[in-house]
Write a new protein. Sequence first.
Length: 215
Amino acid sequence: MYAVKVMPRPRSLSPQGIAAAALAVIDREGLAALSMRAVAGELGMSTMALYRYVNDREQLERLVVDLVLSAVDVDVPACAPWSKRVTLLVARVRDAIRAHPAVVPLTLAHRHSSEGVRRFGEALLGVLTAAGFAGAHRVIAFRSLISYVSGALQAEHLGPLSGDGTARLAALSEADYPFLSATARDARRVPPDQEFFGGLAIVLRGLHADEQRPR
């Protein structure tokens, strides 16, 4: 008689579970480390087994973006001024992404396919539309806000004002770089919230002024 070897049943994984494993890899090792093999290792399974659930790295990235943005509340008070509603939406997205800053590039790469990005985009466009933005004007306003948020979050993560780069600029020769060195010294005293929301306020003021121009 030969003993019958009982094979374990295949693991049942949810998209959220896979996304959480992929996000753990990104948070620990950076975006470049994300791969099917790395995520499979995080889950304690073979790479081939993971392919039963996920097609490729692109799908992994999309799952990660959806997971990070899934908790973002896109409902904002209809009675508030449009600039306040935009600020509230942006602040919520910033809070979600700041916990996982390496994900920022993925929000742009998957803006067409990620449900999380689409939800935010629809909410932001709803606010702009209610404020009177339409046509090409709405396109430019929307892109300007998205560009600011993405760029500001990347700058905050990769080149914070409190970092070594600012210190080096502050130490430059005042004779050769009077404005750059002085601005860097000032920058070291600017906290992240003031930098982010101060910049956002400038963008919103520009959009408001443009909104008032005759068409």
